[in-house]
Design a protein around this ligand. Sequence first.
Ligand SMILES: Cc1cc2nc3c(=O)[nH]c(=O)nc-3n(C[C@H](O)[C@H](O)[C@H](O)COP(=O)(O)OP(=O)(O)OC[C@H]3O[C@@H](n4cnc5c(N)ncnc54)[C@H](O)[C@@H]3O)c2cc1C
Length: 391
Amino acid sequence: MATTPQSPLGFVNTDSLLSEEDIAIRDTVRKHVEEKVKPNLAGWYESASIPARELAKELGDLGVLGMHLEGYGCAGTSATAYGLACMELEAGDSGLRSLVSVQGSLAMFAIWKHGSEEQKREWLPRMAAGEAIGCFGLTEPDFGSNPGGMRTRARKDGTDWILSGNKMWITNGSVADVAVVWAQTEEGIRGFVVPTDTPGFSAPEIKQKMSLRASVTSELVLDNVRLPGSAMLPNVVGLSGPLSCLNEARFGIVFGALGAARDCLETAIAYAKDREIFDKPLAGFQLTQAKLADMTLELGKGMLLALHLGRLKDEGRLDHRQVSLGKLNNTREAIKIARECRTILGAAGITLEYPLMRHANNLESVLTYEGTSEVHQLIIGQAVTGESAYR
Ligand SMILES: Cc1cc2nc3c(=O)[nH]c(=O)nc-3n(C[C@H](O)[C@H](O)[C@H](O)COP(=O)(O)OP(=O)(O)OC[C@H]3O[C@@H](n4cnc5c(N)ncnc54)[C@H](O)[C@@H]3O)c2cc1C
C-alpha cells in the first residue's frame, strides 16, 4: 500500500524542537540558497571560480555574516539559529558555508572576542555587511594538526611589528581585505589584524583542488610585513586564541555537514521514486529502502545531536570537547550519506547535474579542516580517559 511520503527530517520532526524565530531564519536562508545560489553552483564548481565579492555582499544583506555576534552591525542571533543557517548554506555547497564560517566564526570572532575597540569599530561593521572579506591564517605548510609548532614570527621593531612566514590552505585568502594572522612572539602566540594591501603581504591562490572548488583557498606569504603596534589583538596570548575561534567554526560545521547530507538524501529519494528499474520504481526495492532508512536514521540522529549542542551553547554550557563529538559524527556520517546516495543514482550520480559527488568531494575537506577526524577522536579520547594521546 502506498502512503504519503515525508521528507527525512520532516519524518523525524526535528522542527518540533525549534522556535518560531529559528524556523523563520532557517527558511529565509533556505529560500536564498534555493533561488540565488543553487542555480549557479555546478558552473562555479566546474570552473573552480566564484564571484566572492558579490557573494559576500549578498550574504551580508542576508544577515548571516557574524550573525551570532552582538553589536558592531551583527545580528546577535542564537547559536542554534546560526547553526541552522550554516546547514542551509551547506545544503547549497560547503564552499558557501566555508566563506560564511571563515568570515563570521574565524576572522570576525577573533576580532570581536580578542580585539581592541578600535579594531572592532574599524572592521566588524564592514565585515558584517560583506563589504570587507576576512581570512584566518593559522595553518602552515608543516603545521596543520599541530599549530603550536608554527614558524611564522612577529618581532618588535620600535613600536611596530614585523611579520614573516607562510600560511597554507587559507580560505578566502586571495580575496580577503583583512587577514587575522597568528604568529610566534617572544611572549607566545599572538594574533595580528593585517590589511591585505600592506606591503610584503601576498596570497597566491591554490589551484587544482578536487574539493571545495566553489571556494577560494590560498597560501599567505608574509615577507617582512610591517604593522603598527595597534595591529596586535590585545586580549589573548597563546594557542587558546586561535582555538577559541576554531571552536566557533566547528560548531557551525556540526550543523553545516548535515545540510550537505540532507541535500544528498532528498535528491536520492526523488531520483529513486522517478527511476524505473526492472519495471518498477527504484524506491520500491528493499535494498534501496534499507539504504534510505539507514541514512534517514543517521541524518535524524545527527540533527538531534546538533540541536542538543546548539541549546547547550545558547545556555553557555557547551564544552569545546562536546563540539568535537558533533564535528566528528556529523562530518563522518555526512560523507557516508553523500557516497551512499551517489550509488542510488548510478552513473548519473557522478555528474554535476546532481549535487552528490560535489557534496561528497567537498566533505573530504570538511573532514580535514577545523580539526581532522583523528584530532577529534583524540580530544574525545582524552575527555573520557584523562589520558592525552597526541604524542
Ligand atoms: C579546503 C581547506 C580550507 C582550509 N581553510 C583553512 C583556513 O581558512 N585557515 C587555516 O588556518 N587552515 C585552513 N585549512 C587547513 C586545515 O585546518 C588543515 O588542513 C588541518 O588542520 C589538517 O592539517 P594538515 O592538512 O597539515 O594535516 P596533518 O596535520 O599533516 O595531518 C595528516 C594526517 O595525520 C593525522 N594526525 C595528525 N596528528 C595526529 C596524531 N597526533 N595522531 C594520529 N594522527 C594524527 C591527521 O588526522 C591526518 O589524518 C584548510 C584546509 C582545507 C583542505
